[in-house]
Design a protein around this ligand. Structure first.
Ligand code: PXG
Length: 289
């Protein structure tokens, strides 16, 4: 349990960190967030996450009340105050308290919240053997309605798909976009490998541009692999040699089946395992080889 939480400019004991029932983050999901890992006391890719938070806020016309550098410092301060060495940071910015209406002009001021805590990971067994996936019937938000590039507090789209995954006995679920193309999973981006070529959907397939995704694309290219950002359909996954997911919580994790179709030989493939090892080194600040 977190000891102290940063809220609205100061660190307070966790049980005193509260938001108003009139906060539009609660009433309407009006706000943005980030989830960030802490490895060995170092907040991993903090600047990239803070940049994405400001971009999400910009897209919903939410003015984060403190500058980038001050937010970075506040995150580090909160991590230290909670003695987090390996854990998780949740950054949240809500629209703030307002009237019972949608008008953003009738809210007081945005509230910045930083929680540093431990993290619950997928079971170790899934990292060793890979995960099974199903496709959810819930499609990813249409970019013209709520762009998936915005990491907003309104996660019902993903939650509805996750319920379908859980009902099917899976820890994740694949989401298609409004064109029936592969978008992403409920909290992870997806990659496939076929004949040595690594492919992942582009941002205009209607996905969150994952920070782990971008980092793994760089790692793969540095390792000499070709990586293409191209639209995919489910058939591409069914016939892939390898498939894996990337995300802040998952890191890199193999997918061994989709909708009951075994992918490759049904075990985490060699390129996936190599990228898992490379990503693990990166998180620990170790050189690639
Ligand atoms: N797609 C979606 C829809 C996500 O929510 C990712 C992809 C992966 O992005 P990153 O930047 O993390 O590589 C996410 C990230 C949580 C939690 O508590 C969810 C995410 C990240 C951290 C924690 O469920 N989703």
């Amino acid at each position: 349990m977190a000891k102290s939480v940063y809220i609205d400019g100061s660190l307070v004991p966790a049980d005193q960190a509260t938001v108003s029932v009139f906060d539009h983050g609660l009433l309407y999901g009006d706000g943005v967030f980030e989830g960030i890992r802490v490895y060995g006391g170092n907040v991993f890719l903090l600047s990239e996450h803070v940049d994405r938070l400001y971009e999400s806020a910009q897209a919903i016309r939410l003015q984060i009340p403190i500058p980038h550098q001050e937010l970075v410092a506040a995150v580090n301060e909160t991590v230290q105050a909670n003695d987090i060495v390996d854990g998780y940071v949740r950054l949240v910015v809500t629209r703030g308290a307002g009237t019972l209406g949608l008008d953003i002009r009738k809210t007081s001021h945005p509230i910045v919240i930083i929680i540093a805590d431990t993290i619950t990971l997928y079971p170790e067994e899934i990292y060793e053997n890979g995960m099974e996936l199903v496709t959810a019937s819930t499609i990813r938000n249409h970019p013209g309605a709520l762009n998936p590039r915005i990491k907003s507090l309104n996660y019902l789209n993903n939650i509805l798909a996750k319920i379908e995954g859980t009902d099917a006995g899976c820890v994740e679920a694949l989401m298609l976009n409004h064109n029936g193309e592969v978008a992403e999973c409920t909290g992870d981006n997806i990659f496939i490998i076929k004949d040595g070529l690594i492919r992942t959907p582009p941002t205009d397939s209607g996905i969150l541009e994952g920070i782990t995704r971008n980092s793994v694309i760089d790692l793969a290219r540095d390792a000499g692999h070709e990586v293409q950002e191209t639209a995919l359909v489910r058939h591409d996954i069914y016939i892939a040699d390898e498939c894996f997911l990337t995300g802040t919580a998952a890191e890199v994790i193999a997918v061994v089946s989709l909708d009951g179709r075994t992918i490759g030989d049904g075990t985490p493939g060699p390129i996936t395992r190599d990228l898992m090892a490379r990503f693990s080194k990166l998180t620990r600040g170790l050189p690639a080889s």
